[in-house]
Design a protein around this ligand. Structure first.
Ligand code: GLU
Length: 368
């Protein structure tokens, strides 16, 4: 197995085990693995549960199933504890991203999240994502961090997703009933029979169970992301990962899903405008695989918004050479065209992105 940019989801059972609030019991081995990955040049994004579990002992409740506002208050106080607990295991800085499904559905906010993650990773900071439990109402909620992690893997364009909990993976039968049950090491296709193997959650601190993990895997593999369910309570699991071995259940990414995104960008997504480039920028895009910077833009046409797809035109030949998702609306882009990225904040009062179109969001057309 190979991974370069990976989203690691850590469940409440690992962050706050034994119903005693946050603990380092399992995080030490996980943090050591993350540090090893970073030192090997890999990029890691954490999705951590545990805020409600960590805050449970700090908010009076008196019921095994507290009300939603009570849980939201637990999340608010527990989130601080959970973040502090992670930071103590790292020398590099950790950062907190609290997001809801509503944020991921909104195009502008989606781009903001994507850009923030990109910059954090470029700076060697560990992004730690959780659902913004205090503000999320049911309609705006992802609801569980397994599915949230899959969405984060999509936004961040990760190649892999590791879902860590206290189970070894997916078994052919319930191992609590049949201790001889076999672990399934590879799942090439997720269908009803796979869901049938996933019983209901049996852990009262965790929101999801095996079902939400399989849902998350389904979302991820459809988008070309290799997904693994792993037992994060066993340190030998991390040793195996470091040696490129699969220690749990691997859901195989669908072939061609990455290509499908480029296909969608190229053939399905309608352009709402265009930018014309000077020779230097055309060269950088076509020969060096670079992102598009404002300095190379010589003309802007159309009334496009942030996150719209636009056509990229070679100013010399007038040929349509590429398409991509634009980080600026047409008004702002007109103001920064031809300028250096360092001048963006002087001209606009802020610099949401140094690039106009990031390479990951661009597709070159084959006629060049
Ligand atoms: N956001 C919840 C928390 O931090 C966890 C949700 C989940 O475990 O799926 O407690």
């Amino acid at each position: 197995m190979k991974f370069n940019r990976v989203v690691i989801k850590v469940g409440s059972a690992l962050v706050a085990p034994d119903t005693k609030g946050c603990s380092g019991k399992y995080l030490l081995a996980i943090a050591r693995f993350i540090t090893q990955c970073q030192q090997a040049g890999k990029e890691i994004i954490l999705v951590s549960s545990g805020s409600v579990a960590a805050g449970r002992g700090l908010i009076a409740h008196g019921s095994p199933n507290p009300s939603i506002p009570t849980k939201q208050a637990m999340a608010a106080v527990g989130q601080m504890k959970m973040m502090a607990n992670w930071q103590r295991f790292f020398d590099v800085p950790c950062s907190q991203l609290l997001i809801t499904h509503g944020d991921l559905k909104d195009r502008q906010r989606y781009i903001n999240i994507k850009n923030t993650l990109r910059i954090l990773l470029e700076n060697g900071v560990i992004p730690i994502v959780n659902e913004n439990d205090t503000v999320a109402t049911d309609e705006l909620k992802v609801g569980d961090n397994d599915n949230l992690a899959a969405l984060v893997a999509l936004v961040s364009e990760a190649d892999s997703l590791f879902i860590l909990s206290d189970v070894d993976g997916v078994f052919e039968q319930d191992p609590r009933i049949n201790p001889q049950a076999k672990l399934i090491t590879e799942i090439a296709k997720i269908d009803d029979s796979i869901y049938a193997m996933a019983g209901a959650t049996n852990n009262h601190i965790a929101t999801g169970g095996m079902k939400t993990k399989i849902q998350a895997a389904e979302k991820a593999v459809e988008n070309g992301i290799e997904t693994y369910i792993l037992n994060g309570s066993r340190s030998e699991v991390f040793e195996k990962l470091v040696h490129g071995e699969n220690p749990g259940t691997h859901f195989v990414a669908q072939e061609g899903a990455k290509r499908a995104r480029k296909h969608w960008l190229k053939h399905t997504l309608k352009s709402n405008g265009k930018v014309t480039l000077d020779h230097g920028a055309v060269n950088a895009l076509t020969k060096k695989g670079a992102s598009l910077l404002p300095s190379g833009v010589i003309d802007v046409t159309g009334e496009f918004k942030v996150g719209d797809c636009i056509d990229i035109i070679d100013g010399q030949s007038n040929r349509h050479i590429a398409k991509g998702i634009c980080q600026y609306n047409y008004r702002d882009l007109k103001r920064i065209q031809g300028k250096k990225s360092d001048e963006i904040s002087i001209l606009l009062g802020c610099c949401p992105s140094k690039v106009v179109i990031h390479r990951d969001d661009m597709v070159m057309l084959s006629n060049i």
